[in-house]
Design a protein around this ligand. Structure first.
Ligand SMILES: [Zn+2]
Length: 175
């Protein structure tokens, strides 16, 4: 089990567009996936992208787990390699986000994103799959794809006056 120190905003790695994975079964690809899962869980995040552990390759993982302030939208562990957005809903929804790479997830702010998204990607066995997500998972997937393009959520915050510390966010859930 390897937990990697999360790369923070300001480090060029986190602001760089990552490259496609070409060898899905390589030891290197397997290691990135395992390190992402271990680090996401250790940092109590619901998604994590490879640049956050210092690797500029197009891989991210998601796992929406139950916490003291989040009981809905729980979802299994998913691995996305070379994800492509196939479709997004016209309807946008606003929701609070935080990020392990932005002030170590102590900073939350509202971001508007499509409510539903369909993504095509390759899984850890090299098989292509398509997945449609809504609610929190749709938001997490879009946040992680932004990481692969070198974009951080705070660049998209719709109203800076609504930014909160994690402590206040957990108390109010952004209300
Ligand atoms: Zn993030």
């Amino acid at each position: 089990m390897t937990i990697i120190k999360t790369v923070q905003a300001g480090n060029p790695i986190i602001h760089t567009r990552s490259i496609d994975v070409t060898d899905f079964s390589s030891e290197e690809t397997k290691r990135v996936i395992t390190d992402l899962i271990d680090t996401m869980r250790a940092e109590d995040l619901v998604g994590m992208a490879a640049p956050q552990i210092g690797e500029n390759v197009r891989i991210f993982v998601t796992e929406v787990r139950e916490t003291v302030y989040r009981k809905e939208g729980v979802d299994k562990l998913r691995i996305f390699i070379n994800p492509k957005v196939v479709n997004v809903s016209e309807k946008l929804v606003s929701g609070y986000e935080g990020c392990g790479s932005v002030a170590s997830a102590q900073f939350f702010g509202p971001v508007e994103r499509p409510e539903e998204i369909t993504v095509e990607a390759v899984d850890e066995n090299g098989a292509t799959f398509k997945h449609t997500a809504d609610s929190l998972l749709a938001r997490v997937i879009q946040h992680e794809i932004d990481h692969l393009d070198g974009i951080l959520f705070h660049e998209k915050i719709s109203d800076m006056k609504k930014v909160m510390s994690k402590e206040e966010y957990v108390k109010t859930r952004g209300k």
